[in-house]
Design a binder for this molecule. Structure first.
Ligand SMILES: Nc1ncnc2c1ncn2[C@@H]1O[C@H](COP(=O)(O)OP(=O)(O)OP(=O)(O)O)[C@@H](O)[C@H]1O
Ligand SMILES: [Mg+2]
Length: 309
């Protein structure tokens, strides 16, 4: 049984907004990255997973329990950082921490002091006067202070400075080593790259890609750039490759006489043999990073998703 399950979750807000048939699972000890452009449906999915909204259809489960029906049974073992921090007015940071400990039915001062130290948080001030970053730190500390087994984090580092983002990444790595199950939504590629085992990309309310992070690094389909010495060779290659079964043209620049191609490793000998028919000035491997792959989903007119498509 997976620790986190989202099964065919649908919530239609009308006009194409919402989430549609979203399905994914997160296994015990896994860090799952949930990526997608603004308005893609990350927070909507996460709010359902936290049991705050009832799905129109489909189901969300944690530890095999329906999160909407069994909200109070799972709450104690799930840490949550909301995408937008709204702290109750008229409280100091300490009062907020005590209130949350009461709700979580757990007071673990050792863990709390450890978190206050590593995130350099002084919770003595009033919450309404706290800067965005300090509010975020308070949300991070309260999410982790009961040492829950499952963490649902909606853009947890937004508002944190780069040093604190690093501290956070290091902390997540240690939590993973301790066997925690973590769902992390993010726009920050380096953070996802450094922490996540598996990644799903959501766009317009639908999961468009779900893959193992290492697979992207070891994908057998690769991109290359070929620079031709003159226009005649460039034009001939473009024409010859148009319907090729082994090479896909993914970009071209007539002015610079360069063509970007994608091919699978198993065809590379054929591709290189074929290129000997042309006069070539340079040939290079274009490294596909997670960032490139993700960016291809940000662009509206996406027609090539890269190595894993
Ligand atoms: N309660 C609601 N009523 C109507 N529409 C909503 C509601 N909540 C979210 N939406 C719409 O659903 C879509 C998904 O929003 P959501 O907040 O889940 O996106 P997101 O992926 O978290 O984006 P961001 O990266 O900006 O945080 C958006 O078009 C949003 O306007
Ligand atoms: Mg959001």
């Amino acid at each position: 049984m997976s620790v986190i399950e989202v099964n065919s979750l649908t919530k239609d807000y009308g006009s194409g907004r919402g989430v549609f048939d979203v399905t994914f699972q997160v296994e015990k000890g896994e860090v799952f990255g949930f990526l997608g452009p603004n308005g893609a449906g990350k927070s909507t999915t996460i709010r359902h997973l936290m049991g705050f909204s009832k799905p129109q259809s489909g189901q969300t489960k944690i530890f095999g329990k329906d999160t909407f029906d069994k909200y109070f049974e799972i709450l104690g073992n799930v840490g949550y950082i909301p995408g937008e921090i709204a702290l109750p007015a008229g409280l100091t940071g300490w009062e907020f921490i005590r209130m949350m400990q009461h709700l979580q039915k757990c007071r673990n001062d050792e863990q709390l002091n450890y978190l206050l130290k590593i995130f350099e948080l002084d919770p003595s001030g009033e919450t309404k006067r706290m800067s965005l970053g300090v509010k975020r730190k308070l949300a991070v500390v309260t999410a982790f202070m009961s040492d829950p087994d499952v963490l649902i984090l909606d853009e947890p580092t937004s508002g944190l400075d780069p040093v604190m983002q690093e501290v956070f990444i290091e902390f997540i790595r240690k939590e993973k080593e301790r066997g925690k199950t973590i769902l992390l939504s993010s726009h920050i590629f380096s953070e996802v790259d450094a922490t996540c085992d598996r990644i799903a990309i959501i766009k317009d309310g639908k999961i468009v890609s779900d893959f193992i992070a290492d697979d992207l690094k070891h994908a057998s389909q690769k991109n290359y750039e070929i620079g031709f010495t003159d226009r005649e060779n460039y034009d001939r290659f473009m024409k010859d490759s148009r319907n090729s079964a082994i090479v896909k043209i993914i970009g071209n620049d007539a002015k610079n006489k360069t063509v970007m191609i994608a091919t699978d490793d198993k065809y590379i000998n054929q591709v290189i043999a074929g290129l000997s028919e042309y006069s070539i000035g340079n040939f290079s491997h274009l490294k596909e990073t997670l960032e490139d792959y993700f960016m291809s989903y940000y662009k509206e007119d996406k027609n090539f998703g890269g190595a894993l498509q």
